[in-house]
Ligand binder design. Structure first.
Ligand code: SF4
Ligand code: FES
Length: 372
């Protein structure tokens, strides 16, 4: 058996995920945001976000990802981007793009934004608009992608894939190439937050997964040296778990719209944790000492079989939120691991989805109209 690490080292986080707001014109059924969204009135104010960015830079954070919801819904986005640049933080805007225009993008670039990640729901407009719950959304994204490049900003085209759009994965790869993306991200749905409600409707079949793996592999070979193709595989078909977040509280700190600091974007789903607020605690103190951050950092917390496993510092026992969602115990080995005593739950969930004729469940009852 491997020795238990008594005092895990605390290196600075690499990245800050700044969830500026839960407001969003889209309503993707695989949204990782919590079931209960924060209202605009509960959001952190500008001064607090500026302080958080200062503290992040002091702590040694290198990158800030402005996310949501839709981060462009925040009126102070330019001020936050400017502060990040002043503090030497590499900044990435994770956006649906539907509210962006040339002037807005030029202003963001002038404020020091480094990169834009534009999300797509499909390669085909009718399906994309249905999945995102936003009529005309796909056309807007197609129009905004060249504007991002015109503003001199590198573009990542992000496609979340699942049972309802995987048939068009080759078209998505072609679209990313056509739009001049420097990176294409193909990400299978991860089942946290609202996505878990839609698991039966979104789970890919084995055949779809095999075809997707082959299509991505071919694109990676074809585009090598020109476009990076990242691929996030679905845990439910895996034999080894992913190193979720690069290890709990090791690489990323997540701030919710209301100011809670979390070791990952889904950590609020875990029962029995009271995560601290940046309104009352410094980022450094939270990162170093908060019991929720310390709880699963390193390897000392691990049960068997992780405790005896030579992959414990490779995948860090997998995903705590998935372990909790599937077993009720956040300290269990991730059921994605073939060595987990709960691994059978993955196959059972796949079988359940194969037998279900599930419809997508949206947060709002009706799809909203696009903004004027
Ligand atoms: Fe990773 Fe634990 Fe599985 Fe080993 S037993 S591969 S450490 S999840
Ligand atoms: Fe929370 Fe994986 S999503 S640890």
């Amino acid at each position: 058996m491997n020795a238990i690490n008594p005092s895990p080292r605390v290196a600075a986080p690499l990245a800050l995920l700044a969830e500026l707001t839960h407001r969003c014109p889209l309503q993707c059924p695989y949204c990782a945001n919590p079931l209960q969204l924060e209202r605009a009135a509960a959001e952190l104010d500008t001064a607090t976000w500026l302080r958080v960015l200062d503290e992040a830079a002091e702590l040694g954070v290198l990158q800030v990802h402005f996310s949501g919801g839709e981060p462009c819904a925040r009126k102070d986005l330019l001020d936050l981007v400017r502060r990040a640049a002043e503090r030497g933080l590499y900044s990435n805007l994770i956006t649906s793009g539907v509210t962006l225009d040339a002037a807005g993008l030029a202003a963001l670039a002038a404020a020091g934004l480094d990169h834009v990640q534009l999300s797509f729901q499909d390669a085909e407009a009718a399906s994309a608009d249905r999945i995102g719950g936003y009529r005309g959304g796909h056309a807007r994204k197609l129009a905004v992608a060249p504007l991002i490049r015109d503003a001199g900003l590198p573009l990542t085209a992000n496609f979340v894939v699942h049972r309802q759009n995987l048939a068009r994965l080759p078209d998505m790869l072609a679209l990313g190439e056509e739009l001049g993306a420097s990176r294409i991200e193909i990400a299978h749905v991860q089942y946290y937050g609202w996505a878990l409600k839609n698991r039966d409707a979104l789970m890919p079949t084995r055949r779809q997964l095999d075809e997707a793996n082959a299509a991505v592999e071919a694109a990676q070979a074809r585009l090598r040296g020109r476009i990076t193709v990242d691929y996030v595989v679905p845990d439910y078909y895996a034999a080894l778990p992913k190193a979720c977040m690069g290890g709990w509280a090791q690489r990323l700190i997540n701030i919710t719209p209301a100011g809670l600091a979390l070791p990952c974007h889904a950590a609020e789903t875990l029962a029995g944790f009271a995560f601290p607020s940046v309104r009352s605690h410094s980022l450094a103190a939270i990162w170093r000492d908060d019991p929720g951050f310390v709880r699963f950092r390193g390897t000392a917390w691990m049960p068997e079989p992780c405790r005896s496993c030579d992959r414990q510092e490779i995948d860090w026992g997998g995903c705590r939120c998935q372990a909790f969602a599937m077993t009720g115990d956040a300290a269990a080995t991730d059921p994605a691991c073939a060595l987990s005593p709960h691994h059978h739950l993955m196959a059972e969930a796949i079988a359940e989805s194969d037998n279900a004729a599930a419809n997508l469940v949206y947060r709002r009852l009706r799809a909203p109209e696009p903004a004027a």
